[in-house]
Every structure is written in structure tokens, then in C-alpha cells.
Design a protein around this ligand. Structure first.
Ligand SMILES: Nc1ncnc2c1ncn2[C@@H]1O[C@H](COP(=O)(O)OP(=O)(O)OP(=O)(O)O)[C@@H](O)[C@H]1O
Ligand SMILES: N[C@@H](CCO)C(=O)O
Length: 317
């Protein structure tokens, strides 16, 4: 479930009255997502998503996240606009927590993406990279390869082994990934978590990229490798070659990779796999056994690390 805070009808109506969006007609809590509380808001004028930021998000990062949405949507990327309140503010404080109202976009997240859907997502990702380069704010990646190593070391071999006996073996490759320098690769403001559940689609058309709360200034190749690792594997862990090549072709139809990016892609994809091993392992150890939230399996990405390690750059040709 993802409504952590109860907001009554009066609270919501009073909140919505701060925006020039018509009168509140209905508000429904949204079950998907685990980080924040989200409501689907309907007013006499349109539909919106109201998000209350519950955890993990620093208040100081909100101008970056919400400003990036406005920057990208003004350039025609399929991302939701932030609705500013009557005083022009992109977010407000409600019951001590930050809230923002964003545009509702149609579409559903694919559960078993087709090659054509992957091609569309690849192209939109490249367009986002081109459009985000002149966004004037910056945010450092807080889930970089060196950060992952520190978190895995903090989980410790014992902690990792309590999740799965093969997980402690991921510390050594995380040390190797921490030494990779991405700073010399072409940079942009990147999504950094573009899993299928963060993409809304109607058929093969991308109607929305959402959940920009890991967005940061970083290497475009890191974003492409993240999207590859998130989209191109079946539920049983098998690599879906046709989805992978469509994603790459879609990306390069809008932005050609430089040779130095292509040469590093497999190493970056291994680092990316470790980033999700890390955040999932950390969440696993932080989540009580009886919590209602379903924990995501870090081993899924340990297997993807093995895949990229075994096949190297041949995956991306
Ligand atoms: N702009 C939007 N238009 C339409 N639906 C949206 C929009 N933003 C969010 N949603 C819906 O709300 C759900 C939760 O949103 P989101 O993934 O941002 O939540 P979250 O709690 O931050 O997620 P996570 O825990 O995955 O980080 C999405 O799965 C989607 O169904
Ligand atoms: N998309 C991530 C969660 C956010 O980092 C995962 O599937 O592990």
C-alpha cells in the first residue's frame, strides 16, 4: 500500500483550493509504489496526482526533481508537469510533510514489454537526455558505484548471507565497480531508475515517464545501462535478446552513442546490477519479516551481474 498519511476530505479540499485547478470532485489513494503517499485527484477541471513525500526524499532536492519535470515537459518530453500553487510554489507543506500536485498522464506500465515497446522507451530516453542537458540545476547521484560499495560493506557479509548465501560474493565486484570513473563520459540529467513500472504506455507509445526521485546529473550511458538491466530480462531471469536490441536501436535512433560510452557499457551495466543488489539488500534488512510491503529480491540483480560479466560488450552490439 502507498498511502501512509490519512488526509480527510476537508484537508484535501483545503489543500486543492491553493491551486487554480477547479474544485475537488474525488480523491482516491493509489496502492502502487512504496516510497510516498499518492492520491488520484479529480477536480471539476481535470485529473492530477497528489504526492506526499514520506521517506528517502530530501526537501532540498524537491526543486531539482520538480523543476526537471517542468523543464522536460516544456521541451515536449512525456513527463508530468508540476502544478504550481497560486503563489507560484512547486510544493507546499501539509501536516509537516511536503506535498506536490502533478499532471495525471494516461497509460499503463507494461509487465512483459514487447520489443516495439522497448524501442519506443529507448528513443524517449535518448530524447530525455538531449532535452535535459541544459537544465540549470544539478544533483549528485547518491546511489553511485562508490556509495553502493559502502552500503554493501555496511550490510556486512553476515547480513548479506542472511538474505542469500551467494550475496557476500557481490562485495568484491562492487569494489571493482567503485573504481570506474563515469565523470568523463557525456553527461545529462538522467532518470536513473527507469523500470517498466515507471513508464506509462498506450500500446507502443510512451505516454509518461514518472517517479523521477532518483534523477541526478550523471552519465547518459549509466541511464541507458539501467534501463537495459530493468527491461530486458524475463521473469525467470533469461535475457530477452530481441527486447535488448530493440531498446538499443530505439536509443540510437535519437542519440548515437560515442565509442567510449559503448566500450564501457558492459562494465557500467555490471555496476548498475550491483546498485540494485545494494538497495534491495539494504531494504531487505531494514524491512521487518511481518511488514506488509513485498520485498524485492536482490538475487535477481546478482544474476543480471553474472549475465553481463559472462557476455561482456557483445550484449550491446
Ligand atoms: N503523473 C502520473 N500520471 C498517472 N499516474 C501516475 C502518475 N504518477 C504516479 N502515478 C501512479 O501512481 C503510482 C505510484 O507512483 P510512483 O511510482 O511515483 O510512487 P512511489 O511511491 O514514489 O513509487 P516507488 O515506491 O516505486 O518509488 C504509479 O504506479 C502510477 O500508477
Ligand atoms: N526500481 C528499484 C527500486 C527503486 O530503486 C528496484 O526495482 O529495485
Amino acid at each position: 500500500m502507498a498511502v501512509y498519511t490519512h488526509l480527510g476530505a476537508e484537508d484535501l479540499a483545503e489543500l486543492i483550493a491553493h491551486y487554480d485547478v477547479g474544485d475537488l470532485v474525488s480523491a482516491k489513494g493509489i496502492a502502487e509504489g512504496v516510497s510516498n503517499s499518492n492520491w488520484l485527484i479529480e477536480t471539476t477541471r481535470s485529473r492530477y496526482i497528489l504526492t506526499m513525500y514520506e521517506r528517502r526524499i530530501e526537501l532540498g532536492d524537491l526543486p531539482y526533481f520538480l523543476g526537471l519535470l517542468d523543464h522536460l515537459s516544456a521541451k515536449g518530453c512525456p513527463v508530468p508537469r508540476t502544478i504550481h500553487d497560486r503563489s507560484g510554489a512547486a510544493f507546499r507543506m501539509e501536516s509537516g510533510k511536503a506535498v506536490a500536485l502533478i499532471e495525471f498522464l494516461p497509460g499503463v506500465s507494461p509487465t512483459h514489454p514487447t520489443p516495439d515497446q522497448a524501442r519506443s522507451v529507448g528513443k524517449v530516453l535518448a530524447q530525455l537526455h538531449i532535452a535535459s542537458q541544459d537544465f540549470t540545476l544539478n544533483r549528485a547521484n547518491t546511489m553511485g558505484f562508490a556509495d553502493n560499495l559502502a552500503v554493501l560493506e555496511q550490510c556486512g557479509e553476515g547480513g548479506l548471507a542472511s538474505i542469500h548465501p551467494d550475496l557476500p560474493a557481490m562485495i568484491a565486484p562492487a569494489r571493482a565497480a567503485a573504481a570506474i570513473d563515469l565523470a568523463d563520459l557525456p553527461q545529462a540529467n538522467i532518470h536513473a531508475d527507469l523500470f517498466p513500472d515507471n513508464v506509462l504506455m498506450l500500446g507502443d507509445k510512451v505516454t509518461g515517464l514518472i517517479d523521477f526521485y532518483f534523477a541526478c546529473t550523471g552519465a547518459m550511458a549509466l541511464d541507458l545501462a539501467t534501463t537495459h538491466a530493468a527491461w530486458c530480462f524475463a521473469g525467470d531471469g533469461g535475457y530477452r535478446e530481441n527486447v535488448g536490441s530493440a531498446l538499443m536501436a530505439g536509443y540510437e535512433s535519437a542519440r548515437q552513442l560515442e565509442p567510449r560510452e559503448r566500450d564501457l557499457l558492459a562494465e557500467i551495466a555490471k555496476g548498475v546490477a550491483l546498485r540494485f543488489v545494494t538497495s534491495r539488500a539494504e531494504d531487505w534488512l531494514d524491512t521487518p519479516d511481518d511488514a506488509l510491503v513485498t520485498r524485492k529480491d536482490p538475487m535477481q540483480f546478482a544474476k543480471r551481474w553474472q549475465f553481463y560479466n559472462q557476455h561482456g560488450n557483445s550484449v550491446f552490439r
